[in-house]
Ligand binder design. Structure first.
Ligand code: TRP
Length: 453
């Protein structure tokens, strides 16, 4: 199975050069690796947590960020690229997870604690201005990740705790409902990706007001920002300290090793800051001009972006819908005919099993086996081989009385009783079909069990 890499981008701003070098570019590169299935989504529900007072800003940011990622080379055929708010299974899963998340765990979340600390310092109510959205932010993030069983989640350092919480919540759910429903996601911190310095040398960030725009404002906005990069006062002809100049750091983030080395030598040999800024502009233009053109085209055709995102949502939901069906079943939100009747059901008994049935047979080696067939004859399970027909019969009965757990195995699945694998479901065409077959299998077993009582 391919490695699933998933990350979300909160849609609360306009991407700048630092976002591009630190997040967008490495993510797109990672998505092009062989053996990787990438899931990138616009975390627009998360945006509502920070930006309740400005719906226009959220709306505009969704468009700008989608256009930026596409212009930067994200291939929506290859990557599953969607909006969080187009996947109703995310908030649905969020609720199931909320119900297994200890409140105490959320009390420890950094973002919430920081808000409480600030309030306490000011001598006001600890929870002043704290919404339930902010408080349960990590649960929503866990739902984003766990719904797609992501293996790796590339994020910034500030998100490490959220990933730990997602693992914690996943483990609780798996434990409570007795199966490996969720993969435990791993955080990936891209150490080698330099956080770009901004105009003043501090980390480039909207909150420091020191950003270089990526596409907005065109070439002239980019140029005028570069011209405002703070340098020391050494004159042309004086040697510059390249290593300690953030202009050089910015240059390096976009140039080849050789080009960086010669830029550095030129600075050390006395290149003036004006010329250095011009060189940086040329370098950035070389990389960004074609992307900016695509960006402008995309921004002029929002309906095209809307289409791409809706196609992405459809792709994502092919996985999310059957998996959610399985999870609903796990927590007890089941079809009513699958309910175990505590009072002996009279006439309903047969019907309750909805026609699923066990069929015994001897295989070519003479061993005893059985199959579980759905009403339409679809094979749901085939048992392992037993030398003794009585043993095969006992296992068949145990599938209708003991708790059975189903576990995905490649495109097939295994049925386990008391930790031992007793039967397998055949390989299906893809994971979504397999997950749906697993749901049908557990429904059928539950119905047969109910009919026994
Ligand atoms: N909270 C993340 C941030 O602010 C964005 C995000 C939301 C995310 N859901 C996610 C990142 C799931 C990775 C996986 O950066």
């Amino acid at each position: 199975m391919n490695t699933r890499v998933l990350t979300g981008i909160t849609t609360s701003g306009t991407p700048h050069l630092g976002n591009y070098a630190g997040a967008i570019r490495p993510a797109i590169q990672a998505s092009e690796q062989p053996g990787v299935d990438a899931f990138f989504f616009l975390a627009d529900y998360h945006a509502l947590i920070k930006t309740t007072e400005d719906p226009e800003r959220v709306a505009r940011s969704r468009l700008e960020i989608a256009a930026t990622w596409l212009a930067a080379g994200l291939d929506p055929e290859r990557v599953t690229f969607y909006r969080q708010s187009d996947i109703p299974e995310i908030p649905e899963l969020c609720w199931l997870l909320t119900c297994v998340t200890p409140k105490g765990l959320m009390n420890r979340a950094h973002a919430y604690k920081a808000a409480v600390d600030q309030n306490t310092e000011k001598g006001i109510e600890p929870d002043d201005g704290v919404s339930m959205g902010l408080f349960s932010y990590p649960v929503l993030m866990a739902a984003d990740i766990l719904l797609f069983n992501a293996h790796k989640v590339p994020v910034g350092r500030d998100q490490i705790q959220h990933l730990e919480m997602a693992r914690d919540i996943a483990q609780r759910f798996n434990h409570l409902y007795g199966d490996e429903y969720f993969v435990l996601p791993e955080v990936v911190i891209a150490e080698e990706v330099a956080t770009l310095p901004g105009l003043d040398g501090r980390k480039m960030s909207k909150s420091y007001n020191n950003t270089i725009p990526l596409f907005e404002g065109g070439a002239s906005a980019l140029r005028s920002a570069v011209m405002r990069i703070v340098t020391d006062s050494r004159q042309p002809g004086e040697p510059k300290d390249a290593e300690n100049s953030h202009l050089y750091t910015l240059y390096r983030a976009f140039a080849s090793a050789e080009a960086s080395a010669s830029f550095r030598q030129a600075l050390e040999a006395g290149m003036g800051w004006g010329d250095a800024k011009q060189a940086l502009c040329d370098l950035l233009e070389r990389d960004l001009a074609a992307m900016r053109e695509r960006y402008v085209e995309l921004m002029a055709r929002p309906e095209r972006i809307e289409e791409i995102l809706m196609a992405g949502a459809e792709k994502a939901r092919k996985l999310a819908v059957p998996f959610m069906a399985r999870l609903r079943h796990a927590v007890g939100l089941r079809r009513l005919e699958a309910v175990r009747q505590s009072a002996p059901a009279k006439a309903g008994k047969k019907q309750a099993s909805r026609g699923a049935r066990f069929v015994s047979f001897r295989d070519e080696s003479g061993s005893f086996r059985f199959r579980l067939l759905a009403q339409d004859g679809e094979e749901l399970l085939c048992s392992i081989a037993y030398a003794d027909p009585k043993q095969a019969g006992a296992v068949m009965r145990s599938l209708q009385s003991a708790p059975v757990s189903l576990r995905a195995e490649g495109l097939g699945y295994a049925a386990m009783v008391n930790g031992a694998t007793v039967a397998h479901g055949p390989d299906r065409a893809d994971e979504a079909t397999r997950d749906a077959a697993m749901t049908r299998t557990s429904d059928a077993l539950a119905a047969l069990a109910a009919a026994q009582e």
